[in-house]
Ligand binder design. Structure first.
Ligand code: ZN
Length: 85
């Protein structure tokens, strides 16, 4: 069964998902990322809520700030993400 939903519907799903991202497993995050991409929804700040390496939501990440860059270390895989402040 192929389900087609409207863009606003997809957006709602993505928003709701990210409200509870801390309880989500990586494969769900992968799925919602694909949904967002399929509907051309920018994730923007939401991308900072999970590790792009292992796709686990950040639970207790180690955060360091240096040279106007924010370094977030994933507590799961140790992958480091850098964000410009
Ligand atoms: Zn990770």
């Amino acid at each position: 069964m192929k389900k087609t939903i409207s863009k606003s519907e997809a957006k709602k799903q993505v928003e709701e998902f990210f409200n509870e991202i801390k309880n989500k497993p990586p494969h769900k995050i992968k799925k919602i990322k694909r949904l967002a991409m399929a509907y051309n929804l920018p994730l923007k700040e939401k991308r900072k809520l999970f590790c792009k390496k292992c796709l686990n939501p950040y639970k207790a990440p180690r955060i360091r700030i240096k040279n106007k860059m924010k370094f977030v270390e994933c507590g799961n895989c140790g992958g480091i993400s850098r964000w410009r402040l």
